[in-house]
Design a protein around this ligand. Structure first.
Ligand SMILES: *Cc1c(COP(=O)(O)O)cnc(C)c1O
Length: 386
């Protein structure tokens, strides 16, 4: 383990402390921020929000993008756009960041947990299909859960650490079962499945620009869609449902103050300009880790790569957070202990959502892959190397 610590310290050229992921502001950040401050438009009006939305949509190949205050709010609105309502059910994976399930819960809907694939670490189309076949029926274009009698409105796959889920199959199953597809692409800006950007397969996709994501606006998010009606609705709902008027306050429904401030968007425009170089650096780092770990009994997680050795080449990952697979929980715990004590920051993958107090009564399928991964996956330092 000392060898691993030294390799990581050498790679990042740091002896004292190697963080898991730190942002890089090496482009036009200060210039645009200054411009923003000088203009006095630091808040909910300003050119950088519009500019960012245009450039972001172009980057991911979507017709519309709407910037929000964070990724969780982008997910919340995405689920509303998919017509998820109180008491509906939403299928997602147990291995995800809490925000996915929080957003579902804000609406008063309930998550259902279906297993992940070992190689993608994201929602498994095979598990999804078998869950639906056993538990559900479609009546008049509505997917009914026979166990609960409730409607399954949406399915939210999440691209874990930037590794794309098998989106074509997931989309086909969702279409067949009349379920809206909403992607949690918070971690996967710059990741593609069969040449198509993650987040653009379903009705809506949500991204995050939190401080630890591949590009950051401090805090921020965005949702993308090709549907003009949904894009307009998203803008409306994220801006207090205010009817445009030169001076009057008229709001036509209860909505949210989820708009990204111009100050954050200024930072983000500069970050987006650097995305391609960040992606290149992360891919280079992945290659280095892969070579290093090929001599260890620890496995480096490659873009869809699984312990059984099967692999598809359909995925291009952004390698946002680099990850390794340890032998078992004991080795994982020793690794976490040793590296963190040595000043190399490492972190286990999230605990399973279905084990949290709030979600422990939610319906779940057999979760053997998620359980296997939860005990073994660790993230290792992943910052863009200067
Ligand atoms: C980061 C993240 C989000 C959203 O996070 P915010 O902090 O609200 O921007 C949502 N889902 C996943 C999987 C994430 O990693």
């Amino acid at each position: 383990m000392q060898k691993i610590v030294e390799f990581i310290q050498d790679t990042f050229k740091r002896k004292d402390f190697v963080p898991l992921h730190e942002p890089r502001f090496i482009g036009n950040e200060k210039k645009y921020l200054n411009d923003c401050i000088d203009s006095t438009f630091v808040s909910s009006v300003g050119k950088y929000v519009d500019q960012f939305e245009k450039e972001f949509a172009l980057k991911v190949g979507s017709r519309y993008a709407i910037a929000t205050v964070n990724g969780t709010s982008a997910l919340h609105i995405s689920l509303i756009l998919a017509d998820v309502q109180r008491d509906d059910e939403v299928i997602t994976q147990p291995l995800t960041f809490i925000a996915t399930c929080n957003a579902i819960s804000y609406i008063g809907a309930k998550p259902i947990f279906v297993d992940v694939d070992l190689d993608t670490m994201g929602l498994s189309p095979d598990s999804l299909q078998s869950f639906l076949e056993i538990n559900c029926e479609v009546k008049e274009n509505i997917c009914i859960n026979k166990k609960t009698g409730k409607t399954i409105k949406a399915c939210v796959p999440m691209h874990t650490f930037g590794h794309p889920c098998r989106m074509e199959e997931i989309k086909e199953i969702c279409d067949k079962w009349s379920i809206s597809l909403v992607e949690d692409a918070a971690e996967s800006l710059g990741s593609y499945y069969k040449g198509k950007h993650t987040g653009t397969f379903g009705k809506v996709g949500a991204f995050s620009f939190n401080g630890n994501k591949i590009i950051t606006s401090g805090g921020g998010g965005a949702l993308v869609t090709d549907d003009e009606r949904l894009a307009k609705k998203a803008k409306h709902l994220t801006t207090t449902a205010k009817i445009p008027h030169p001076f009057e306050y008229i709001h036509d429904e209860v909505a949210f103050n989820y708009r990204m401030p111009n100050l954050n968007a200024a930072l983000l425009v500069a970050q987006l300009e650097q995305l391609d170089s960040f992606l290149k650096s992360k891919r280079g780092l992945a290659q280095k880790y892969k070579e290093f770990f090929s001599n260890e009994d620890i496995k480096f997680i490659e873009e869809p790569c699984n312990p059984a050795g099967t692999r598809t080449k359909d995925s291009k990952s952004n390698y946002w957070l680099q990850a390794i697979l340890l032998k078992d929980k004991k080795q994982r715990d020793e690794f976490l202990e040793f590296t963190n004590k040595s000043g190399v920051m490492t972190r286990p993958i999230w605990g399973l959502m279905n084990e949290l107090e709030m979600f422990k009564d939610c319906q779940k399928d057999d979760l053997k892959n998620a359980t296997y991964l939860e005990a073994r996956i660790v993230n290792i330092p992943s910052s863009v190397i200067l």
